[in-house]
Design a protein around this ligand. Structure first.
Ligand code: CAA
Length: 258
């Protein structure tokens, strides 16, 4: 599929995807959502970390496209929300870590896209918010679900009921982002984070993501058992032997993704 709204750079196992719709501050219309769906469904096998950002200096993603939504009826509203929610779920469940490098406005669907990523870092110019109730709707790409999980019920309800946008420093304080950087440093920091991740055993990173996500919704005993099984699976890999023998021999491990 040819992409009109996605800019993709794929280098050294790190793929950077920039959403690019400059006329609408990268707002997500259904064409962009379908392009995103195609991209995440066909991500090259050699990619070990995906970084998602917004093209340009001003915006990560300024939400779902209001001009496309304004005349929708109930069924069409459901279908639009469902489209975005399923694409974001595919991003969340990719077998590789996904970093959101939030370079500007992350409002509505933009905040929701960032929340579907594993890790969020931000420029000090970034702004986060769920302004939907001011438009007569609610967050529609799983924001009512993920925001409370990330920042707790109290902050999520305040942000969603008021629609108030918060700056990067507040997002950092409430745990919505992991770190805040000068705008010109943001992409270098995202890549540095990706490089740290890909230095590790790929299967172990994949099993760690799978375990954290699966265990989050389980009761304690089930979660612990899930981890025990996942831990056991690591010992079937050549990379476990490599990692441990390299440690014992005081050498650098050479992981082979096996
Ligand atoms: N949808 C469609 N167009 C958008 C847009 C959006 N979400 N956000 C910005 N744009 C367009 C503007 O209409 C404007 O277009 P024109 O030049 O043709 O007038 C252009 O982008 C530039 O925007 P502004 O002139 O408004 O730029 P600004 O710097 O003054 O303000 C902003 C920036 C604060 C982000 C403001 O554009 C804004 O409030 N945007 C809407 C944010 C929003 O409400 N997002 C939530 C959408 S609903 C949603 O996402 C539902 C869901 O959960 C799935």
């Amino acid at each position: 599929m040819e992409y009109n709204y996605l800019k993709i750079k794929n280098e050294n196992a790190i793929c950077t995807l920039a959403i690019s719709a400059p006329k609408s501050l990268n707002a997500l219309n259904s064409t962009i959502l379908k392009e995103l769906d195609d991209f995440v469904s066909n991500i090259p096998a050699d990619v070990r970390v995906l970084i998602i950002t917004g093209d340009g200096e001003k915006s990560f993603v300024a939400g779902a496209d209001i001009s496309e939504m304004c005349n929708l009826n109930r069924e069409e509203g459901y279908a639009f929300g469902r489209l975005g929610a399923l694409v974001f779920r595919k991003i969340e469940t990719l077998p590789i870590p996904v970093i959101a490098a939030v370079n500007g406005f992350a409002l509505g669907g933009g905040c929701e896209l960032a929340m579907a990523c594993d890790i969020r870092i931000a420029s000090n110019k970034a702004k986060f918010g769920q302004p939907e109730v001011g438009l007569g709707i609610i967050p529609g790409f799983s924001g009512t679900y993920r925001l409370a999980k990330l920042v707790g019920m109290g902050y999520a309800k305040e942000m969603i009921y008021t629609g108030r946008a918060i700056r990067a420093d507040e997002a950092l304080r409430i745990g919505l982002v992991n770190a805040v950087y000068e705008p010109e440093q943001l992409m270098a920091e995202a890549e540095a984070l990706a490089i740290r991740i890909i230095a590790n055993a790929p299967i172990a990173v994949r099993i760690a993501k799978e375990s954290i996500d699966a265990e989050y919704d389980l009761a304690a005993d089930d979660a612990i058992l899930y981890e025990n099984n996942a831990f056991g699976r690591c010992f079937e890999t050549q990379d476990q032997k490599e990692g441990m023998s390299a440690f014992l021999n005081k050498t650098k491990p050479e992981f082979r993704n096996k």
